[in-house]
Design a protein around this ligand. Structure first.
Ligand SMILES: *Cc1c(COP(=O)(O)O)cnc(C)c1O
Length: 428
């Protein structure tokens, strides 16, 4: 690569050379990522061909949205791709949390219990479930919750899970990605084993997987290994960076129908919900998603290896297998977190001139810093980094619509640390 272009963007020769050296070690890893992307690209194309996607699918509908061919067919494409009986893919699902809340409240009834066999769920679900008090939580509707934490080595506590399953247990929620925790992300195979175990104890338990950040990272999805529902956000992986809003729920016909009744109204279900002209972005984003995810994965592996070499703890390690697109880097100090995020921000195509600062955020007990310069606000399939300013001072880094942008972001983060004298210059 011509260094001059990097120099022009403010990256010095030392950082460019360091990056190129790291990259030369990652060829095999990148080949593997490309191979998965190729497989998943074919999977998406095959689903589109099978459902005879054509130009009428891209037309806008308004009002009730009856007989919305584009919307209905997109749901068939998702169902074919993820090999489920049915799918609900809608702009009316406002985000991942909403999709998960719809799925949970569609299935659970007063007196039922929800079990998380993988420890604490994602922050925003605490209020949905009622772990933290909230209006309209499942708890307010008389739905109880129990949780079995992972064992200290990050594996499932099968005995604990067995003991936690009672007559009341109606549904199990499994979060694939580590989210903002430092536990490992589960592979689809591991999730399959867990589902099999749960169903061997009580066969009618509905198993839902929070699939956020996991789509197209592997060749199979949790729906291929027994999940009754997989749920996610379209401003993460499956929207391919093009979807400006939305969420999906793919699963059994029975489950998806209930979700549709919950989302709109009993009796209306999937029949209503105009697409408002958003279909081209949904179809094209899904088409792009395997490639976009592969770029994000390369960025995550590259970040992992760079920061490992610079002496920081990274989760996952650069040689570990990957099951989501999130990379955690424990930077050990507030100053380094700020410098890292400044680098990510400075490398963005949008809002590159703003400076991220730690700030108080609702739901957090410490200040949080965030860096993002995205075309779609809050999109985390686009390059972004954030983290709470507290021990172990970890930043969570994810996304990148292209590998080259992810690469620049990581190089710029190293540049900012280098300039501020916050990393050992002898390592360069
Ligand atoms: C992002 C995320 C969510 C919530 O999605 P939002 O779109 O932010 O509401 C839930 N679970 C996991 C694991 C996530 O990564």
């Amino acid at each position: 690569m011509d260094k001059k272009m990097y120099n022009r963007l403010g990256i010095c020769d030392e950082v460019v050379n360091f990056s190129e050296k790291i990259l030369s070690d990652l060829r095999e890893r990148f080949d593997e990522i490309d191979e998965t992307a190729e497989y998943n690209q074919l999977k998406v194309i095959s689903a589109m061909q099978k459902n005879r996607v054509n130009a009428t699918c891209f037309a806008a509908t308004t009002g009730y949205g009856y007989d919305d061919v584009g919307r209905d067919n997109l749901e068939n494409v998702y169902a074919s791709c993820f090999e489920t009986e049915a799918a609900l893919v809608r702009p009316q699902i406002t985000c991942g949390t909403h999709a998960l809340a719809v799925a949970l409240s569609a299935i659970l009834r007063p007196g039922d219990e929800l079990l998380s066999p993988v420890g604490k769920p994602y922050d925003t679900l605490e209020e949905v479930i009622g772990i933290r008090e909230s209006k309209c939580s499942l708890k307010e509707f008389g739905i109880s919750y129990s949780q079995v934490d992972l064992l200290s080595d990050g594996t499932f506590d099968y005995e604990g899970i067995k003991a936690a399953i009672t007559e009341k247990t109606k549904m199990v929620t499994i979060q694939r990605s580590k989210g903002y925790q430092t536990r490992p992300t589960f592979s689809v195979t591991q999730i399959g084993e867990l589902i099999k175990f749960v169903k061997s104890i009580k066969s009618d338990i509905i198993c839902m997987v929070d699939n956020c950040y996991g789509e197209f990272v592997e060749k199979i999805e949790p729906s291929n290994v027994g999940a009754d529902m997989i749920v996610g956000s379209l401003i993460k992986n499956p929207g391919g960076g093009l979807a400006p809003i939305g969420g999906y729920i793919c699963g059994t016909k029975e489950c998806v129908e209930k979700c549709a009744y919950r989302l709109s109204a009993p009796g209306l279900g999937q029949e209503v919900g105009a697409n408002l002209g958003i279909m081209p972005a949904f179809y094209q984003g899904f088409f792009m998603s395997p490639t976009v995810v592969s770029g994000a994965l390369k960025g995550a592996v590259f970040a992992s290896r760079c920061y490992e070499k610079l002496g920081f703890k990274v989760v996952p390690g650069s040689e570990e297998s990957r099951h989501d697109i999130i990379q955690a880097v424990e930077l050990g100090s507030k100053e380094r977190m700020v410098a890292f995020c400044k680098g990510i921000q400075a490398a963005a195509p949008v809002d590159s001139y703003v400076t991220p600062e730690p700030w108080a955020m609702p739901g957090y007990d410490s200040d949080v810093i965030m860096a993002a310069g995205a075309f779609v606000q809050g999109s985390s399939i686009e390059l972004s980094a954030d983290g709470p300013i507290r021990e172990p001072y970890a930043v969570y880094f994810q996304g990148g619509l292209t590998w080259y942008h992810a690469k620049l972001g990581i190089m710029m983060s190293i540049q900012k640390l280098y300039e501020a004298g916050l990393i050992d210059r002898n390592l360069f």
